[in-house]
Design a protein. Structure first.
Length: 171
C-alpha cells in the first residue's frame, strides 16, 4: 500500500515552483504529476482491498470483463484491447488467475492457434465480494462530490479523446 507521506508541504507544488523558475509555466507538469500520484494511491488502495480475495486490481478487471462477456470467455487479445493494456500484462494476469483457480485457458474454436480465457465458477464466486470491497471504498473517490466526479471524468476524457484513445463522439 502507498503509505501516506504526511509531508508538511506538497512536493508536487514545490516541484512546480522550481519548474517555473527554471523552465517556465508548470501547469501541465503539475497536473500530469498529480494524475500519476493519484494513480499510485488508487491502485495501492484497490490492491489492498482486493488482497483478501487473492486479487490485484489488474486481475480483478480481467474477471469483471469476463463476467461482462456473453460466454464468460474472451481471447487474450480482446482482453488486452478492452482493458487497454499490453499483451504481456494480460498474459501475466491470466497466469495468476489460472493459478488461483479463477480462470481457465481453453482453445479458441474460432482460431485454431488462439486461446480463450474463461472464468471458472470459483472466479464468478469471488467477483461479488471483491466488487463490494472496491465499491465499499467508493473507488478511492470519496473526497469528491458527484458533480466533481463528472467534471473529472469529462476533463480526463478530453485528454483521452485528444490522444486517440477512443473515437470522438459524433456531434
Amino acid at each position: 500500500m502507498v503509505r501516506p507521506l504526511g509531508l508538511p508541504f506538497d512536493p508536487i507544488e514545490r516541484a512546480a515552483q522550481t519548474w517555473e523558475e527554471r523552465f517556465g509555466p508548470a501547469g501541465s507538469m503539475r497536473a500530469a504529476t498529480s494524475v500519476f500520484r493519484v494513480q499510485q494511491i488508487l491502485i495501492a488502495q484497490f490492491d489492498e482491498a482486493l488482497k483478501p480475495h487473492r486479487l490485484t486490481f489488474a486481475r480483478y478487471e480481467v474477471l469483471v470483463l469476463l463476467t461482462f462477456s456473453r460466454t464468460g470467455a474472451l481471447p487474450l487479445k480482446v482482453i488486452g484491447s478492452r482493458l487497454m493494456v499490453h499483451p504481456t500484462s494480460v498474459t501475466n494476469a491470466i497466469e495468476r488467475l489460472v493459478a488461483a483457480g479463477y480462470v481457465e485457458r481453453r482453445p479458441n474454436p474460432a482460431d485454431g492457434r488462439g486461446v480463450l480465457a474463461a472464468i471458472t465458477e470459483r472466479g464468478r464466486e469471488v467477483v461479488p465480494p471483491a466488487t463490494a470491497a472496491v465499491t465499499g471504498a467508493d473507488f478511492g473517490m470519496s473526497e469528491l462530490t458527484g458533480d466533481e466526479l463528472d467534471t473529472l471524468f469529462q476533463l480526463l476524457r478530453k485528454i483521452r479523446l485528444g490522444a486517440g484513445d477512443v473515437a470522438a463522439p459524433p456531434d
